[in-house]
Design a protein. Structure first.
Ligand code: NAP
Length: 274
């Protein structure tokens, strides 16, 4: 058994149309990630706390519906269609990846929008479209890869697979916990002022960073990239970083401006570093 194979899977035949569709979209995804990083560095996307400073991305639609369209449609419906109708092989490893991805997107695309306590019931349609279109591209290539790559039988014991899955689960738990903690800040019966205000979050990873939900999701997709060992996973991780790095910086500065007593040692996204 080879200990470390550069390609622990076989994928589409090199030069075939499906090969070029896949890698063409991977290259396009890299360009999209670079553009996103530049745009988001200049101005935060106008939703949530930043809507007040930076409004105007078209007419408004209900916020819960917007998140369901932008996340559940590509992340659950399209992902399943590509996996079962477009993908070409299905072994146990392929199903493990399918379950992991759905675990994230059933929560993010359906449960999260239904349970969160948003300040505003409406959001600009541009936010919905700006999430939906990239998600379609990135989720297509990821579904295509994990349903078409034939992994070596011993890949279950490969450190990339094991470490990747552990990271994915740790990131998932951090992301869910942090979003749940933010939701509890709007508990109208809670200890803080509730309603639609913003409060300083405390406890757990909030003691170290302003956006542990973004940090958790970044850890999740790092695990995904490692476990799937794919360029599709890597380009999706880059796109998420292109959103979370500038986004967390904007949120962090916003907290500091809003709250005089904001903990000075807290970082934006990565504990002790950034
Ligand atoms: N993969 C991607 O590219 C991507 C991109 C963006 C987001 N996401 C994920 O989507 C989820 C939500 O993202 P987000 O940007 O909406 O996160 P967020 O700005 O942290 O807000 C999350 C929720 O908590 C509320 N909230 C935030 N800070 C609060 C505070 N200090 N006090 C009280 N309530 C507060 C927000 O209310 P308001 O809505 O009223 O502000 C919102 O309902 C996260 O899990 C994130 O990882 C993924």
């Amino acid at each position: 058994m080879v200990l470390f194979e550069l390609k622990p899977w076989t994928f589409y035949e090199e030069g075939s149309t499906r090969f070029w569709v896949h890698y063409g979209l991977v290259i396009f995804g890299c360009v999209l990630a670079a553009i996103t990083a530049c745009v988001q560095c200049c101005k935060p996307a106008p939703y949530g706390r930043h809507e007040m400073e930076n409004g105007g991305w078209g007419p408004k639609i209900p916020q819960r519906l917007s998140h369901i369209i932008s996340d559940a449609l590509p992340g659950v419906v399209m992902f399943l269609l590509v996996f079962f109708l477009y993908g070409s092989v299905r072994f146990y490893q392929n199903y493990v990846f399918l379950v992991l991805f759905l675990l994230h997107y059933i929560h993010r695309g359906i449960i999260h929008p239904l349970v969160m306590r948003y300040r505003s019931p409406m959001v600009y349609i541009g936010i919905c479209i700006g999430g939906f279109l990239p998600n379609c591209i990135f989720h297509f290539i990821n579904a295509d890869f994990i349903s078409s790559a034939t992994y070596a039988a011993h890949y279950y014991y490969d450190p990339r697979f094991i470490l990747g899955i552990i990271l994915y689960i740790i990131g998932f738990v951090i992301n869910r916990w942090a979003d749940w903690r933010l939701r509890s800040l709007r508990n109208t019966k809670g200890v803080v002022d509730g309603g639609t205000n913003y409060n300083i979050p405390y406890g757990g990873l909030f003691e170290l960073v302003s956006c542990p939900n973004y940090f958790g999701e970044l850890v999740e997709w790092t695990g995904w990239c490692l476990a799937t060992w794919s360029l599709a996973g890597l380009v999706w991780l880059l796109f998420c970083a292109a959103t979370f790095v500038p986004g967390s910086r904007h949120n962090h500065l916003w907290y500091k401006q809003q709250f005089e007593l904001y903990p000075p040692s807290r970082k934006a996204l990565i504990p002790f570093l950034f």
